[in-house]
Design a protein around this ligand. Structure first.
Ligand code: HXC
Length: 514
């Protein structure tokens, strides 16, 4: 027995650590070992491994002598701040974290288990992609992971941190997850700089091609950027604190100590008197929701829209807003993708959605049209109309044209639409409108500028204000900015028990614009 126990303990030791030399190399690059990462993520002594002694069974290319327990990935169950999760973490020190058949089967199994248990999946990715020596078995492994990602979508939250390279097929499992956190030491691309150079002659560094900066700000692939592994894990924990464990649960209620009925008079100083002056909509969000509770998602991408999680009286909600400080808050291709995807996530996981509107319209021009702003903008309409969770919309200032309809209007099923007294709701802004409807009068006028001012005033007072839509019931109430927080809180308490009145016609699934 002693010998057998000794043998087991030795094997266990091998699964619980990497060589000192390999750990040193990672440390020099500012990366942690797989065990250090899991140690930071999981509650002490909570980890239960899966497939601990799994090894690949590949032959040829020297694979017989390249074996390690676990096959380059640690997977299992554990808890994060007391919440149960399924987790996998790739070990770069074994064959560059490359994904072979057995490595893949562990990841696929942990996702499958997460769905059965109704718990979130967390991936800590650090991998050179498909294990070249395993050929098509490796591709099969990836396919099986992707299949599980899709089956888990909308059932349990899937969060992936990219903590090293993530090349080739490795990018698609994270892309199928709900949230991607990239560290500054990581990169993601379908083909690396060498292949790029060989195939199209473009010279580019890994960072320029697929670093965290570029994916967080330009491609929108990354939702969060972390300086290093530690910060990435802190972000995962914060994100998890908002998320329900699965789609049958409500998001966790957390005591924040901030009085939900507190009014905030300073909200009345944010929207400038001049309707074309910008302001930062985050100033509104930070004042309306529980102090310190706003977690912005996609902070650096499509900054003309702001999305994120917040709490109101401790209840987690999703916040969507136009951002007048960037491109006057107009909607374009990227912000449409950002908003629609977030609304879909929030609907899948039972988050009430609070939308703040200040939008002059969709961004005009050939770039937007030729790159499909019609197709992308339609995603926002689809996502809001499709969402059955509580939806409350607050129109702060401009709400024009198609963008008014798209941004969670009552016509797309908002449960309540509110407006601040500064709201301007119409087919288009006053300047554009009077040029069309008073074209002849302005052409004939001796002083067209003076006349235009009069028409703009008339347009504002008769059309572009909150009381015309309120008279039709399209806006339920015009509220004081200071009372936004208590007003939303009272509404939220009613809407938390919302059930869709009308069952929707049976269908396999809709066909949303993509
Ligand atoms: C097998 C791999 C590997 C891979 C790395 N290694 N990637 N082994 N398959 N895909 C091994 C290396 O041989 C090396 O082994 C060890 O991991 C560390 O790699 P290094 O190159 O020494 O490390 P580094 O200099 O840090 O560079 C890391 C890297 C580079 C940038 C990830 O290794 C690389 O470019 N790898 C290939 C990336 C790639 O093109 N992947 C796409 C595969 S195709 P030793 O024994 O020397 O320690 C793909 C398509 C799948 O994924 C599609 C599915 C849908």
């Amino acid at each position: 027995m002693d010998r057998k126990i000794g043998e087991l303990l030795e094997k266990r030791r091998l699964t619980d650590s990497v060589s000192e030399e390999a750990a040193r190399k990672l440390r020099e690059q500012g990366r942690l070992t797989v065990h250090e990462r899991l140690g930071l993520l999981l509650d002490p002594d909570s980890f239960v491994p899966l497939g601990r002694y799994v090894q690949h069974r590949a032959v040829g290319f020297g694979m017989e002598s390249k074996k390690a327990y676990g096959d380059g990935v640690v997977a299992g169950l554990g808890s994060v701040d007391g919440r149960r999760v399924a987790v996998y973490a790739q070990d770069f020190t074994f064959m560059g974290g490359s994904v072979g058949e057995m490595h893949a089967s562990k990841i696929a199994r942990i996702i499958e288990l997460a769905v059965k248990l109704g718990i979130p999946v967390i991936g800590l990715n650090d991998s050179g992609g498909a294990r070249i020596q395993e050929g098509v078995d490796s591709l099969k492994g990836y396919g099986e992971i992707f299949y599980r990602n899709v089956m888990a979508s909308g059932v349990v939250p899937q969060v992936v941190a990219i903590m090293g390279p993530c090349a080739g097929g490795a990018v698609y499992s994270p892309a199928l997850a709900d949230f991607i956190i990239m560290t500054r030491k990581s990169y993601m691309f379908i083909t690396g700089p060498k292949v790029v150079k060989a195939s199209i002659g473009e010279e580019i560094t890994p960072e320029e091609l697929g670093g965290a900066g570029v994916h967080a700000s330009r491609s929108g692939v990354a939702h969060f950027v972390a300086e290093d592994d530690r910060e990435a894990i802190t972000i995962i924990k914060r994100l998890l604190s908002y998320l329900p464990s699965n789609n049958t649960e409500d998001p966790p209620l957390v005591e924040t100590g901030d009085d939900p009925l507190r009014e905030d008079p300073s909200l009345e100083d944010i929207v400038p008197d001049d309707p074309v002056k910008p302001y930062d909509v985050r100033e509104v969000i930070l004042r309306v929701f529980d102090e310190g509770s706003f977690l912005e998602v996609h902070q650096h991408f499509a900054q003309n829209a702001v999305v994120g999680f917040a709490r109101l009286g401790g209840h987690a909600v999703c916040v969507v807003a136009n951002q007048p400080a960037v491109m006057a808050g107009s909607l374009d291709i990227d912000s449409s993708d950002k908003i629609s995807r977030f609304v879909q996530f929030c609907d899948a996981f039972n988050f009430p959605i609070v939308t703040f509107v200040d939008v002059p319209g969709f961004l005009p021009g050939s770039y937007q049209e030729h790159h499909g702003v019609i197709r992308h903008g339609a995603k926002i309409i689809y996502a809001y109309a499709d969402a059955t969770v509580p939806k409350i919309t607050v129109i702060l200032r401009k709400a024009y044209g198609g963008a008014y309809i798209a941004m969670g209007s009552k016509h797309l099923g908002a449960d309540f639409a509110l407006a601040w007294p500064t709201a301007e709701i119409a087919v288009m802004g006053p300047e554009g409108a009077i040029e069309i409807i008073y074209k002849k009068e302005l052409e004939k006028a001796e002083n067209p500028e003076e006349m235009a001012k009069v028409f703009v005033e008339k347009y504002r007072s008769e059309i572009a204000n909150p009381y015309v839509p309120a008279s039709r019931g399209y806006v339920d109430d015009v509220i004081l900015p200071r009372e936004t927080r208590p007003y939303l809180y009272r509404l939220l308490l009613f809407l938390l028990d919302k059930r869709e009145k009308q069952p929707r016609p049976p269908r396999k699934h809709g066909v949303p614009p993509v």
